[in-house]
Write a protein that binds this ligand. Structure first.
Ligand code: SDX
Length: 379
C-alpha cells in the first residue's frame, strides 16, 4: 500500500470519485450533474434539483409529481418525536435539536445493511419531507406554541415558511427561499458531506448518516458561518466602521465570517446569486441597512485579502436574505441543513455502489516500546 504525503485537512486529496457535482474554484463554476447552478437557480425548483442530485437525471413531469406528492404525504413527524422535543432545553440550539431528531427517526425506520432500492426511496422521501418539519417544530415548541402544522395546500418551500408563522408567504418570498435551498443543496466533498460518506461507508442507516452530517455542518467554519455573519454585521454597525473593524480582525489574524473557501479562490457563484435574491426582496419589501455594510465589507476584504484568494462565500449574503424573509438567525444553519440533505443523500446513494469502508492511514509521530510505570512510582 503506497502512503501519500500527509496534507492537513486532506487539502487537495481526492477521497472519492463522484459524478454528482463539480466545482471549478479558479473560475467560480458550480455544476449539479453537469448543469450550471445559474441554470438550476433560475429554471428549476429545490425538489426537482434534489431528484436530479439523488437519481442523476431530471425527472419527467409524472416522476416529479409523484415525488412531490410522496413528500407532501410524509411531512408530518411522529408524536413521539414531538414529545421527545418537548424535553429538549429551550435554550438549546436548533442544530442540536435537528441532529437528535434526525437520529431519532432511525428508531422507527432503521436498517443496517445494504438497502434495497425501495428502502432508499423511502428514506429519501422521509428525510426530505420531515427535516423541515422537525426544524419548525423545535422552534415553535421553544415558544410554547402548539405542535407544528404543515399546510398540504402549499409547496415545499412555501410550507416551510408557513410552518414558522402559520401565514401563507408572499409568492416572491417562497420563490426566493426555494432558490436558496437549491443553492445550498450540494457542493462536492465539503466537511459535512465527507462526514456523511464516512458514516455511510459502514452501511449504517441513512438517519445516522444525516445525523452525522448535521453535527458537522453546525460548526462556525462550515454551515454555522451564515449565523456568525449577521452577528458580525451587527457588531460593525455602520459603513464607516467597516474598515476599522477589518483592520482589527487582520491584526488579530481573526477569520472574517462569510469569506474564504478551501476550493473557491474567486467569489463563490452562489454568493452572487444570493446577492441578487436579496436585492429582489429589498426592492419589494424595503432595504436592510446591513446590506450597505455587507457591500462595503466585501469591497474592503477584496482589497486586503483578494491577493490570497479570499472572497465572499455562500454564507456571506444568505443571512441577509433569510433576515428579510423574517427567519430567526438561529434557523439559518438548520435551513442550510434542510437543503444539504439532498446532497448528503445523493452521496449516500452513490456510495452504496462503492461499498468500501473509509479507513485512511496516518503518519505516527509518537514513541515506541515505552515502559509502563506503576502508579505508585509516578510523581
Ligand atoms: C461553507 O467546503 C465547502 O464546499 C463548504 C461550503 C459548502 O457549500 O459546503 O462551501 C459551505 O462552509 C463555506 C465556508 C463558510 N465558512 C466561513 O465563512 C468561515 C470563514 N472562512 C474560513 O474559516 C476559511 O476560509 C475556510 C474554513 C472556509 C477555508 O479554510 P481553509 O481552506 O482551511 O483555509 P485556511 O484556514 O488554511 O486559510 C488559508 C489562508 C490563511 O492565511 P495564512 O495563514 O496562509 O497567511 O487564508 C486565510 C488564513 O488565515 N483565511 C482567512 C479567511 N479564510 C482563510 N483570513 C481571514 N478571513 C477568512 N475568512
Amino acid at each position: 500500500m503506497t502512503v501519500c504525503e500527509y496534507k492537513p485537512g486532506l487539502e487537495g486529496i481526492p477521497a472519492a470519485q463522484s459524478s454528482i457535482s463539480y466545482v471549478d474554484g479558479k473560475q467560480g463554476i458550480l455544476e449539479y450533474r453537469g448543469i450550471r447552478i445559474e441554470e438550476l437557480a433560475t429554471k428549476s425548483t429545490f425538489l426537482e434539483t434534489a431528484y436530479l442530485l439523488i437519481w442523476g437525471e431530471l425527472p419527467t413531469k409524472e416522476e416529479l409529481k409523484a415525488f412531490e406528492t410522496e413528500i407532501r404525504y410524509h411531512r408530518r413527524i411522529k408524536y413521539r418525536i414531538q414529545d421527545m422535543m418537548k424535553c429538549f432545553p429551550e435554550t438549546g440550539h436548533p442544530m442540536d435539536a435537528l441532529q437528535a431528531s434526525a437520529a431519532a427517526l432511525g428508531l422507527f425506520y432503521s436498517k443496517r445493511a445494504l438497502p434495497a432500492p425501495s428502502y432508499i426511496r423511502e428514506a429519501v422521501v422521509r428525510l426530505l419531507a420531515k427535516i423541515p418539519t422537525m426544524v419548525a417544530a423545535f422552534k415553535l415548541m421553544r415558544k410554547g406554541n402548539n405542535p407544528v402544522k404543515p399546510n398540504d395546500n402549499l409547496d415545499y418551500s412555501a410550507n416551510f415558511l408557513y410552518m414558522l408563522t402559520e401565514q401563507e408567504p408572499d409568492p416572491l418570498e417562497s420563490h426566493v427561499f426555494d432558490v436558496c435551498l437549491t443553492l445550498h443543496a450540494e457542493h462536492t466533498i465539503n466537511a459535512s458531506t465527507f462526514s456523511a460518506m464516512v458514516t455511510a461507508s459502514t452501511l449504517t442507516d441513512p438517519y445516522a448518516v444525516i445525523a452525522s452530517a448535521v453535527g458537522t455542518l453546525a460548526g462556525p467554519l462550515h454551515g454555522g458561518a451564515n449565523e456568525e455573519v449577521i452577528s458580525m454585521l451587527e457588531e460593525i454597525g455602520s459603513v464607516e466602521n467597516v474598515r476599522p473593524y477589518l483592520e482589527d480582525c487582520l491584526l488579530r489574524k481573526a477569520k472574517i465570517m462569510g469569506f474564504g473557501h478551501r476550493v473557491y479562490k474567486v467569489k463563490d457563484p452562489r454568493a452572487t446569486i444570493l446577492q441578487n435574491l436579496a436585492e429582489q426582496l429589498f426592492d419589494k419589501f424595503g432595504s436592510d441597512k446591513y446590506y450597505e455594510i455587507a457591500l462595503e465589507l466585501e469591497q474592503a476584504v477584496e482589497e486586503k485579502l483578494g491577493y490570497k484568494g479570499i472572497y465572499a462565500n455562500v454564507d456571506f449574503y444568505s443571512g441577509l436574505v433569510y433576515r428579510k424573509l423574517g427567519i430567526p438567525t438561529d434557523l439559518f444553519t438548520p435551513i442550510f441543513a434542510i437543503a444539504r440533505v439532498a446532497g448528503w443523500l445523493a452521496h449516500w446513494n452513490e456510495q452504496l455502489g462503492e461499498n468500501r469502508i473509509f479507513r485512511p492511514t496516518q503518519i505516527y509521530t509518537g514513541d515506541h516500546n515505552v515502559a509502563y510505570v506503576p502508579i505508585q512510582e509516578r510523581t
